[in-house]
Design a protein around this ligand. Structure first.
Ligand SMILES: NC(=O)c1ccc[n+]([C@@H]2O[C@H](COP(=O)([O-])OP(=O)(O)OC[C@H]3O[C@@H](n4cnc5c(N)ncnc54)[C@H](OP(=O)(O)O)[C@@H]3O)[C@@H](O)[C@H]2O)c1
Length: 277
């Protein structure tokens, strides 16, 4: 039986411990790790066949000073990204609500990590500081229509891959820009799309955080995305205006293509080297 969400969160927030310790605690609290991606009878595309990174590969991260900044995070989608983000965000001490197309999937993920499950995207977004779109790109515009009334910052984590994962579908623009154009007034930030789901709970390599790129046109909204990235242990990197979402979507596509082409393990992440500060 999982421990209560509040008891797990308070015991994490009350101590300065390593990421690995927090992961152990999260597993003890939740009882189960990231939702399996190999559902019975389903052969997912290779991009989706992501395994959580081995605990032995996880390294220290610099996120612990963010534990006091609790955010209300609504995650739309309970698949690889939704489940991984829900686990990482609850581990960081955030209040997380998850929703899926099929409510039982949201209930399962939420139960595993100590989050709440909502019945609809609109319900999940109500009262949230940030709503993360972790759904297939084709579903994102509809979800955005459901959540935009809540007024939260919307983080678009989607990648607009075609059916064969051989190209993006956007041709000269970005999915984030298309979403923003269809939802005037929504504070939309592109973020998390360059991070493989396997890395959401393992945001560092060789003791240094991976880069979490984000782009958008609203500075306050971008700060929310940056804070969320940092709280999970990533180094937030401001890529510029929403125009730069085109680059971030291509960056994600590059990592996907490299893994597919080279038979890598879908655990590579981005980090700029050299003087970047
Ligand atoms: N996988 C990665 O490593 C990764 C990394 C970065 C970005 N991305 C991008 O993130 C997005 C999600 O990827 P994923 O791998 O997590 O996909 P996934 O495993 O297929 O999960 C998609 C989730 O979206 C839910 N969903 C679909 N339509 C919905 C709707 N209308 N309302 C609410 N929930 C809905 C599904 O619900 P059910 O569970 O009920 O079917 C499922 O939980 C994609 O755009 C992908 O390109 C993926």
């Amino acid at each position: 039986m999982p421990a209560s969400r509040s008891s797990c969160a308070s015991s994490v927030a009350g101590s300065r411990v390593s990421t690995r310790t927090i992961w152990s605690q999260a597993r003890r609290c939740s009882g189960v790790s990231q939702r399996g991606v190999f559902e019975a009878g389903v052969t997912p595309p290779i991009y989706l066949t992501l395994e959580p990174i081995a605990p032995s590969l996880r390294t220290e991260s610099s996120n612990l000073n963010y534990l006091e900044a609790v955010m209300r995070v609504a995650i739309i989608g309970a698949g690889n990204v939704g489940a991984g983000l829900a686990e990482a965000a609850t581990t960081a001490g955030h209040e997380v609500t998850v929703v899926a197309a099929h409510q039982e999937n949201a209930v399962e993920v939420a139960g595993n990590v100590g989050a709440k499950a909502a019945a609809t995207a609109a319900e999940a977004a109500q009262g949230a500081d940030v709503v993360v779109l972790a759904v297939p790109a084709g579903a994102a515009a509809g979800v955005l229509r459901e959540v935009k009334g809540a007024g939260a910052v919307v983080v678009d984590a989607t990648n607009p891959l075609n059916d064969t994962f051989s190209d993006l579908t956007t041709g000269g623009t970005s999915h984030a820009e298309q979403l923003a154009a269809g939802a005037p007034g929504v504070k939309l930030v592109k973020a998390f799309n360059t991070v493989f789901a396997s890395r959401l709970g393992a945001p560092s390599e060789d003791g240094r955080p991976l880069d979490g790129f984000y782009a958008g046109d609203d500075d306050a909204a971008k700060q929310v995305a940056a804070d969320l990235l940092a709280s999970l242990g990533f180094r937030p990197v401001d890529a510029g205006s929403l125009r730069m979402a085109r680059s971030l979507e291509e960056l994600a596509f590059l990592n996907i293509s490299l893994n597919a082409r080279n038979g890598w393990t879908w655990q590579s992440g981005w980090r700029l080297a050299g003087p970047t500060a």
